[in-house]
Design a protein around this ligand. Structure first.
Ligand code: SAH
Length: 244
């Protein structure tokens, strides 16, 4: 009997973004579980497999279900979008795993939205950067604000996850205002990518002043350049620093 739980990052989109390692884990699993949308993205590849899906907010319940099912003797794959260790399920699974001593947990890396979206725009993360989530569901807003300020002071390019939701429509505006207040030029090149690797993928380059006025949704990843980021033939490029 196997007691294996794979925690699999499936990348931002459908099958094209699965790594070979992720495909092997999904193929080995008897049960695929996760948030409905992500299971639906990959389930067509494995039509014979049992699936278990749950809603967006039921994350700990989903982790426990996966651990319990593996503890009972099944091979389980818990799927997450992007990378499972980046705002994903790998961390809560590992915190809960001591309660399920039979289960062997294996974390399978995936392509995260930051680098998949960067490739759509060009090379906005060509030098040091910070990834910051604007969601204050699990992080106090003061902490998010502090991180935005210090990352701006540090001259990092920024990549923002969870830039908006129905209840937090003005968070991107507030974040831009913080970055501007810390002295980043309003003409700084920025970009966003929506639905990376999924139907309806869209992207735009704009200035920081324009980004402040932009409405984006929760399926969008946002990039704020550093002072050296430039547009090169319609692409957003942050230099490595070579003298060219
Ligand atoms: N584990 C995921 C991130 C989950 S947090 C990963 O590694 O990518 C959810 C946020 O990720 C979204 O609000 C959005 O900012 C970003 N994101 C995830 N998938 C995306 C996609 N396909 N297109 C654009 N942004 C995405």
């Amino acid at each position: 009997m196997s007691h294996k739980l794979f925690v699999v990052g499936i990348g931002p989109g459908g099958a094209d973004y699965l790594t070979g390692q992720a495909q092997a884990a999904l193929a080995a699993a008897q049960v695929l579980c996760g948030y409905t949308l992500y299971v639906e993205l990959i389930a067509p590849l494995y039509p014979e497999k049992e699936t278990y899906t749950s809603g967006m907010r039921q994350e700990l319940e989903r982790c426990r279900w996966a651990l319990e099912t593996a503890q009972k003797g099944k091979t389980v794959a818990l799927v997450c979008s992007g990378d499972s260790g980046i705002y994903g399920m790998a961390s809560p699974v590992l915190f809960l795993s001591p309660e399920y001593p039979k289960v062997e947990v294996e974390i399978v890396a995936g392509l995260t939205a930051a680098n998949a979206g960067a490739a759509v725009l060009g090379a906005p993360l060509g030098h040091d950067f910070c990834v910051i989530s604007l969601s204050d569901l699990l992080t106090p807003w003061e902490t998010i604000e502090k991180r935005l300020r210090l990352a701006t002071q540090g001259e990092f390019a920024l990549c923002l996850y969870n830039p908006s939701s129905r209840k937090r429509r003005d968070y991107l505006r507030t974040a831009c205002e913080i970055v501007l207040a810390e002295g980043r030029d309003p003409d700084t090149l920025c970009g966003w990518v929506r639905n990376i690797g999924r139907p309806g993928e869209a992207a735009r380059l704009l200035t920081l002043a324009q980004l402040r006025e932009e409405q984006v949704d929760m399926f969008t990843t946002v990039y704020i350049g550093n002072s050296t980021t430039r547009e090169v033939q319609g692409r957003m490029v942050t230099p490595r620093g070579y003298r060219t």
